[in-house]
Design a protein around this ligand. Sequence first.
Ligand SMILES: C[S@@+](CC[C@H](N)C(=O)[O-])C[C@H]1O[C@@H](n2cnc3c(N)ncnc32)[C@H](O)[C@@H]1O
Length: 242
Amino acid sequence: MRMYNELAPWFHLVTSPGSYEAEAAHIIQLADTACEGPAKTLLELGSGGGNNASHLKHRFACTLTDLSEHMLEVSRRLNPECEHLLADMRTMRLERQFDVVLAHDAIAYMTRREDLSAAITTVAAHLRPGGVAILTPDAVAETFSPGTSHGGHDGPDGRALRYLEWIHDRNVDDTTYHMDFVFLIQEPGQPLRVEHDHHTLGLFSRATWLDLIQASGLQVIDVSIEDPHAGEHEVFVARRPR
Ligand SMILES: C[S@@+](CC[C@H](N)C(=O)[O-])C[C@H]1O[C@@H](n2cnc3c(N)ncnc32)[C@H](O)[C@@H]1O
């Protein structure tokens, strides 16, 4: 995916850290409510540009992991006080345990049941007993809806980006859906650039998510806290039994 590789330096002009404040506050509330014992350390799988982490780091000691060195570099600049590690959420084993493990929108890149199962097993392997997992995929099969949106930002350095995002699923019989992006990129002194990027994401039923979470040894818990982004993503909260 070009957005997480050669286009990574533009990531914060696609989605800005400031727009993650409410979501991060919700994650903190979920962790505080569901975690048995103090919640002080947080591991994020697929931390991307570190947008969530830029708010979470004031509350937790954060360890941020991602498959892309380019994205880690973007996050390091925003969150120099956090630990950053290059790792694939399907296979990583840090041999350490955390109070909270977060897999935000990045877990949506698990496109096969085996991959999703492996990522959830990684989550469980890094939770201390009583610790809490927060998993927030963009969609489950029951809530998926195709659509288009647009956005983008002007940077303080004269760079600017606007995008069109098209979410679609032409084959409803498999476990994937697709996002196509068109980026309009402006750099001082350069002609306007137009770039295309294609992402394949996973789409699983709620029952599949719940089965895999339970199979990993975690207990799904129902935390009734109002979600500022209700309808925009799914939230699974689970605890590692003591
Ligand atoms: C949309 S970005 C995450 C943005 C993040 N929520 C934030 O607050 O900035 C998705 C990230 O998932 C990462 N990713 C995709 N597959 C992964 C995998 N198997 N393991 C770890 N990270 C992965 C990508 O490299 C990308 O940085």
